[in-house]
Structure formats: C-alpha cells, structure tokens
Design a protein. Sequence first.
Lengths: 259, 327
Amino acid sequence: MNALDVLVCVKRVPDSTSELVLTEDGQGVDGRFAGFTMSQHEQCAVEIAVQVAAATGGAASVLTLGDGDAVEQLRAALAVGCTAATHVVADSQQLGPADVAREIAAVVRAHEADGRPHDLVLLGHDAADTGDFQVGIRLAYELGRPVVNGVTVVSVEDGVLTASGDGPDGHETYRVPLPAVVTVLEGGVEPRYPTVPGRMKAKKVPVEERGLAGTPAGAARVRWSLPPAAPSDVQVLGKGPEAAPAVVDLLEQLGVLAR
Amino acid sequence: MILVLVEKDLAGDAVEVSLETLTFARSLSEAGGGVPIDAVVVGDVPPALRSELASYGVRGVHALTGPAFDAFAGAAWASGIETVLATTRSVVVTAAGTPRGGEVLAHVAARAGVPMAANVLSFGGLSPFVVTRQVVGGQALEEMQLAGRPAVFTVAGHAVEAAPAAAAGPAEVHEHSPEVAEADLVARVVSTDEPEPDLSGGLTSARVVVGAGRGAGSADGFADLLELADLLDAPLGVSRVVTSLGWRPHHEQVGQTGSRISPDLYIPCGISGAIQHWAGCSSAKAILAINTDADAPMVTRATHAVIGDLHEVVPAINAEIRRRRTG
Ligand SMILES: Cc1cc2nc3c(=O)[nH]c(=O)nc-3n(C[C@H](O)[C@H](O)[C@H](O)COP(=O)(O)OP(=O)(O)OC[C@H]3O[C@@H](n4cnc5c(N)ncnc54)[C@H](O)[C@@H]3O)c2cc1C
Ligand SMILES: Nc1ncnc2c1ncn2[C@@H]1O[C@H](COP(=O)(O)O)[C@@H](O)[C@H]1O
C-alpha cells in the first residue's frame, strides 16, 4: 500500500466559550478579549489525518493561513500526531474563501514539486468564525480533484478513499480514487488528547513559513455586528429538584398534563 | 430570473426550508420589480410538488433527470444547474442552507468564479447587492456585498416563514437531461443506509416537546427525559450536539438544520439556546428551560425556568406527576 502524506488544514478561530467582542471597524473579532482554538470539525479532521497516515505507513502534515499566533494551532496538531507543519503568514481576516483555497492549492503544488505530494487533503466542513462553507470545494476545483463534503468517517485502502456521513436520506457512503479533497464534520472520531511527550516533540518540529502566493481578492465583508440582546422576562420557578411541584403546577395550568 | 434549488423529502414533497427560500426569493423579486422565480428540482416533479411550487409563485420548474442524477453528486447537481442557467439570464441562484444546499451552491459558485454567501438572513440594498448572514455560529452578523453575477447564496433555515404567493405561478415543467462530465460524477454517493425509523412522533405538530442537549451528558443520559416525554405524551427534540455525537438520531434534531416546532410548551433540558437551535423553537408558546446555568440564552429567553441539574430536576418532576396522577 502507498504511504500517504495527508495534509490537514486548520484555522485559528476565537473560542466559542469566551464572550464575543468585535473590533471597532467591525472587520472581525477583537483578539485581545478572546481565547483561540481550532474548530471541532478541524480537530476531527486532524484525528482522521493521523489515523489515515498511520494506516498507510505515511505521515500527516498540518497547514494554516494566519498571523504569527496561528503557530499555536499548528503546534496543537503536531502534539497529537502530525509531523510537519506549514504556516502561510497572512492576516486571515483580509482573505476570502477563494483566496484561502488558492493559497492552500499553491502549497499543495509546491510540496508536490518538492517530491511530497498530498494525495489526500482534509479540511473542516466550515470555519467556526467566518462560516463560509466553501473553502474545501473551491480547493478541489483549484487542484482539479474530486471533493467529498461533510463526512464523519474516512478510510483509505489501495489508493481508494471511502468516506461516509449522514445525508438527508440516510447514512451515505462515497468511494473515490485518490487524489481527493475531503471536508470533515465532527462526530465520527474522538480527537485524542496531547500527551506530555507529544507536546515536547511538537515544540521541536520546524515550521515551514511561506508568504502569500497571490494577491487576495478579499472577503467582500462590509462589517460585522452583534445582534441586539433579547430582553428577558423569564419566571424562575426554583432551583433544583425542589422546583418540581411548581413545575407540575405550571403543567396543569397550561393544560398539558391531562390524559 | 431568480433560480431556487428546491430539495425534496423521501415522499417527493418540497422540504419546508426550500419553501422558505422561495418566500425569501419572492421578497427579492418584488424589490427587483418582479424578476421571475424558477425552481430547479433533481429528479421527477410529482403533481403535488408542481402545484405546491405554483402556489409559491414559481414561473418554471426545471427538472434534472437522467442517470447522472440517480445518486447525489455535488458537482453533477451544479453541472445540471449550469444547464438551466444557460437557458435564461439569471441574477440570483439560491438554496436553503441545508448541507445539500450549501454544498451544491459552493460548487456552482466555484465553477462560475463568483463569491457565495452562506446562511443569509436578509438582504439590504439591491445595487450594490448586500446581504446579512450569520457568522461565528450565529453569535454575530456579517453584512456582505455580493458583487458577482449570478449572486449565489444560501438562506439560513427558518430565517423567514414559508408563505404562498398572493398569485400562483404557472410552474411550467421543463425537463433537462444534460450530459454530465465524468469528472463531475467521481465523488458520488455509492450507497445509502436506510434512515433510522422516525420515532419522533410528529415533532412539528406536537403540543408538548421535551428537549435535550449536551447537558444530558451521554447516550445513556436520556432515560429520565424519555420518561418525562412519555408522561406528557410528547416527542423528544434534541440539539445538534446530541445528533452529532450520535446520542440520538438526526430526525429528532430541532433547529435551523432540523425541525421547526411550535408547541404550546417546549421543555429544553441542558440546551444552551444557540441561535441555530432557537430558530427551530422560537414559535413555542411557552418555554420551560431546565439548565444549570442561569445565564444560558435558553434560560433568559424562556418564559419559565428551573436552575439545576437535569438529572436531579427531571426525575423529581416525573415523580411529582406520577404522585398527582395516582393521588
Ligand atoms: C450552520 C449551523 C447550523 C446549526 N444547526 C443547528 C440546529 O439545527 N439545531 C441545533 O440545536 N444546533 C444547531 N447548530 C449548533 C449550535 O450552534 C449549537 O452548537 C448547539 O445548538 C448547542 O447544543 P447544546 O445546547 O446541546 O450544547 P451546549 O451549547 O454545549 O449547551 C449545553 C447546555 O447544557 C447545560 N448543562 C450542562 N450540564 C447540565 C446538566 N447536568 N443539567 C442541566 N443543564 C446542563 C449548560 O449550562 C449549557 O447551557 C448549528 C450550527 C451551525 C454553525
Ligand atoms: N485561514 C485558514 N487556514 C487554514 N485552513 C482554513 C482557513 N480558512 C478556512 N480553512 C479550512 O477550510 C474549512 C472551511 O472553511 P470555510 O469555507 O471558510 O467555512 C475550515 O474548516 C478549514 O479547514
């Protein structure tokens, strides 16, 4: 079986548990008030990359386009089994999904020219901040490859990719010859936790730094805003199990208890 | 023309979110001085579907048929849409923000070299064409300018209420069986497992719905919730986290990418109330939230709440109901 060098693309995004504060110009999230992470979908994509690499005796490489701090997300992927990392240094807020796809394609082609083809490229289904739902598909057209979108389970055998996920009519399976692009939804694999030796090793891996290959077209963003907070007139019936009688009173009042 | 991709359910009817998208398209058409709306459907157009599309004011229904469309392939569907676009000048191509809708439209946009806006809620000006869409998982809104033609975007589920048009359209059916390039058929569905039987007991029409989210804790954490549902003769509705983690089947999902419910009472337990979930339950007449976090959006937006661990509160409610029934 051919050893695969799987490339997985991750994005540094604000942590959903922190309160969202936008920059004054409305162009994005104010990083001074946010924690950062990669999305659940991408954590699952990293796990799949590492598993597929191990199954084919190959390697998993990670890529991000982002500012200097995005190295943190590359290290997180290196700590759980990726062995090479590429950092395209750029302000990701200035890039649109077509720009990101073009830049990822440029890296794939450059690595291929260096004798390190990525026959499988994994991405998340959608980025947790901009939620464009399209980089993977645009990348597939840049590379002239087939793309399977929004799957949870991925395996490779004899150069053929099998991928499956939930569709509107049931659980759907795709079988596609490599090279291919796949976008991953969370839920099919359990991302592993980094071990201490894993973290130590990750620190030592040299990160390949690159600049933008093209001139970005941008995101066509006018501005971001926060939706107005909804007014609350909730009636709290109580705390803990002691609230049960009050709850059942309410059920009786609403007439939903009769049978 | 405004072209709307209409998705069908297993029975061959238009899915509700596609009807919402047609409604959205109609407001766009009116703002644009009556631009005609056409629908594109993959596979045949049953008579009931055709008359439903007519009632939504649809001018033409383009049916994509032939072996290339027997099994889903995003690129093939996009290629079929290109065939339809070649027949008339289109200013807009849109679809509901379902997984299929988003995927197919991303193909259409990538192939046409135009931008795509995902999960649009409303539009601002027409020239330039500005849309407002959800970003950061619905926590923020983005105003985005769609300069490309056609303008390609998906409409967030339940952003608008589906409503038939004042005047029906002819909904004249045009069948297309285009040649689809081999490359567009490489990534296609090769098999589909039977969906799990729908035991949700009519979520959309239920008078009471018991909701469950990540707070249930695990696939084994639903016993008390199911008992409460049984006592109230109510179906269970769940958050996307619950279906993503495989704790409960997808057909039980409530929200933007699940069912929209409008019961007299919704009892969300351990659900934070993300905007995408809220989109599916906002028309409940009363909401009784059970949550450990008094500041969770579901709690602050509810009519009633109990602050506490659902694994303690729900069994106590069940016991109290049983006590009053026997007593
Ligand atoms: C395009 C898109 C579409 C989406 N569509 C949908 C959709 O259709 N439906 C949907 O639901 N989501 C949807 N989502 C996901 C949505 O953004 C949220 O991630 C999801 O609704 C959160 O689920 P949750 O409330 O169960 O989990 P969490 O947000 O993790 O909330 C868990 C809640 O449980 C509480 N809790 C924890 N333990 C307990 C306990 N023991 N007892 C009581 N309370 C407890 C916590 O305080 C918290 O409020 C969509 C997202 C996107 C980007
Ligand atoms: N700046 C970035 N760097 C690396 N990968 C990215 C970047 N932006 C988007 N992606 C990848 O593309 C996927 C889909 O993003 P989007 O189409 O923007 O919602 C994400 O889940 C990532 O895997």
